[in-house]
Design a protein around this ligand. Structure first.
Ligand code: WTA
Length: 651
């Protein structure tokens, strides 16, 4: 609540600049018209967007078939994502894009590759033929576990060309996490690389895949990109080099004419239980959503150089590094490595070098750069920039102002975009040529998006007030389900309120109808913009023979947004020492990956519980953040536990 009070004291506003508005894809007039249509008739609005922004082989018969919570969009329409991202830029009046840069890629060591639309098309067709030659058919799942190299985008688009849904697993996940995701999706094939570059050194990926696929009965092939030239164990009969397979592949591969509701990809994300959820997205609606929002919110033009810094392993990378920008015929920048290598100015160097005009990143990165000092961005010419974006977590007004002043030179509008893996595309955001911004607010829902704030009883909160963020109408990019688990899909998103999507975020709406997102209200932490379930970390901890019980909570952190704190009660004879801390951190890294490693582990003999045995995380959150333990403790079973935890805090 302290956060929201300080946010709502924020009185600064920034009107759209008239020069920007004059050239904007969506100006005030268009935005208002779309808003009106989206409010009164959302399906008509989205149908118009699907017609204007996306190419169909066969038009749909019905815009929306809504049997809550199951939606079908553009029913009967035939479409292909890779056709929209590639072929249509090589034909007719767009044919001039043939030699336009589709992907500008830079590796961490400084090597570069630029793929034009014609080249990317050729590579994608070839790799689609490689997949076919390996027996991958329409509907088969393909797992991608890769560094940020162009082959990742090529593999994604090749999957979409033949209708094989991909499941990308972020390269930071461990062998155990990769194995679970492969098995859940029953992937037929894994695409990986020997490794990639990070923090100035090569890291390996292939050994992780080797370990994972020992226990994945569905996988019969592993295709390996040579990126770092490090030695790899090669299993004859199973492993194939990417470059060898590509050398023989034909560059002719017509795009499959897929049903609008054909599965496009699965992406795993954390929830409130130990098992990650396979979020399923389908073809026509998703593409309509990401293409439209990318065009309107990022104001993309043919001469822009657009850079979204997200890793493709997360939803932001899927929607706004690859599919949205390429469907719009844009030039998208991909960078392999970390922001601070070889120096803390690498990103600013990239912006200057490639003339980046639109830049989309996360608040955690912005806060890191604030700490590193203004001299690094100031040492570079950032005058090519014309628009900035933010995503992944609430951006605090001070970080917003710094971004505006130091990176945007006070001339670039900022779009703060709220959305989720589940929503597929942006749901709440400013439109840069049309909407006045307030630092810290994602402003208003995108046209056609019916966002609201509900109280616990499911009543819309009127006027200035806070509550739970919900979506009251289906939208084209919405998740179609959790892979293999319709029951969990219903329970997680659709059981809190009737026929209304429950986002899991708390939010406040001010008197002007602006949304201020406060963050997760469930047991999901947002660490550096990445979702990690407290339960996932807990089950990793309790799988250690030393641990009797564990409870994990988030504590506010200036840079990462949230730091992971674990309260652990060791088993009888185990000595809670530094060595145990080290072992437990390793355990979490092994089971999930380094992104989930707790910042702090605290030992305790007992955890605070309710009389029915539920761990009272609220109290642990207060203790972890050094706050006075507040609220109702009347259900606490054993008060002495609380006192002991407080004592351990003073140590
Ligand atoms: C948070 C990332 C505040 C939110 C696209 C959401 C945000 C979760 C914002 C989804 C924003 C995302 N302001 N919070 N602009 N954008 N979030 O699935 O808590 O990785 O529920 O998708 O990130 O994270 P996910």
């Amino acid at each position: 609540m302290a956060d929201i009070e300080s946010l709502l004291k924020e009185k600064r506003t920034f009107k759209p600049d008239s020069d920007f508005t004059r050239q904007a894809n969506w100006n005030k007039k268009t935005t208002n018209e779309y808003r009106k249509l989206g409010d009164s008739n959302p399906t008509k609005f989205w149908a118009q967007m699907a017609k204007e922004n996306v190419s169909w082989f066969t038009p749909w018969k019905k815009v929306l078939d809504w049997k809550p919570p199951f939606a079908k969009w553009f029913v009967g329409g035939k479409i292909n994502v890779s056709y929209n991202c590639l072929d249509r830029h090589l034909e007719g009046e767009n044919a001039w894009r043939k030699n336009k840069a589709a992907i500008i890629w830079e590796g961490e060591p400084g090597d570069t590759r630029v793929l034009t639309y014609a080249e990317l098309h050729r590579e994608v067709c070839k790799f689609a033929n490689v997949l076919k030659a390996q027996g991958v058919k329409k509907g088969d799942r393909v797992c991608l576990y890769m560094p940020m190299v162009p082959e990742l985008a090529i593999a994604m688009l090749a999957c979409t060309r033949i209708g094989a849904p991909h499941s990308i697993v972020f390269g930071g996940f461990s062998a155990d996490a990769l194995r679970d995701r492969i098995n859940d999706a029953e992937a037929k094939i894994v695409i990986t690389a020997d490794g990639g570059y990070r923090k100035g050194a090569p890291f390996a990926l292939k050994p992780t895949v080797d370990e994972a696929v020992e226990k994945t009965p569905s996988v019969d092939r592993v295709i390996v990109v040579k990126r770092t030239e490090q030695p790899v164990d090669f299993r004859a009969g199973r492993d194939i080099w990417w470059h060898e397979a590509m050398a023989e592949a034909s560059a002719k591969c017509p795009p499959a004419k897929l049903d609008s509701e054909h599965p496009l990809f699965i992406l795993y994300t954390s929830g409130t239980t130990g098992n990650p959820k396979g979020i399923l997205h389908t073809t026509g609606g998703y593409l309509t959503h990401v293409t439209t929002t990318h065009k309107a919110i990022f104001d993309i033009k043919d001469d822009d150089v657009y850079w979204c810094t997200a890793d493709i392993g997360w939803i932001t990378g899927h929607s706004y590094v690859v599919y949205g920008p390429l469907a719009n015929g844009a030039t998208t920048v991909m960078y392999e490595g970390t922001p601070a290598h070889p120096g803390p100015d690498r990103w600013w160097d990239l912006i200057e070098k490639w003339g980046v005009t639109i830049f989309y990143t996360a608040p955690t990165a912005i806060r890191t750069f604030i700490r590193l000092g203004d001299e690094h961005p100031k040492g570079h010419d950032l005058s090519s920039l014309r628009l900035l974006g933010s995503v992944g977590e609430p951006i605090n007004p001070e970080a917003w102002m710094w971004y505006h002043r130091v990176i945007g030179g006070k001339r670039c509008p900022i779009v703060d975009t709220w959305w989720q893996t589940e929503t597929g595309g942006i749901m709440i955001s400013s439109i840069p040529g049309a909407v006045e911004t307030k630092p810290g607010s994602a402003t208003r829902p995108f046209p056609g998006v019916h966002a609201d704030i509900f109280d616990e009883a499911g009543e819309s909160v009127k006027g200035d007030g806070g509550g739970f963020l919900v979506l009251k109408q289906p939208w084209p990019g919405m998740l179609r389900g959790i892979w293999g688990d319709p029951k969990r899909f219903k329970e997680t998103y659709w059981s809190t309120y009737d026929q209304t999507y429950f986002a899991g975020d708390g939010a406040h709406r001010d008197k002007n109808g602006y949304f201020w997102i406060m963050g997760r209200i469930d047991d999901v932490m947002n660490v550096s913009g990445h979702r990690i379930g407290t339960m996932e970390v807990e089950s990793a901890l309790v799988s250690s023979p030393d641990v009797a019980e564990a409870a994990v909570v988030g504590r506010p952190d200036e840079i990462t947004g949230t730091a992971i704190v674990a309260f652990v009660s060791p088993k009888g004879t185990t000595i809670p020492d530094d060595a145990l801390v080290g072992r437990l951190k390793k355990q979490v890294t092994k089971e999930i990956g380094a992104i989930a490693r707790p910042t702090e582990i605290r030992f305790t003999n007992a955890l605070p519980k309710t009389r029915s045995g539920k761990i009272m995380r609220r109290l642990l959150r207060d203790i972890a953040s050094g706050r006075e333990v507040g609220g109702d403790t009347s259900t606490l079973e054993d008060f002495s536990v609380l006192a002991k935890l407080r004592e351990s805090d003073d140590d």
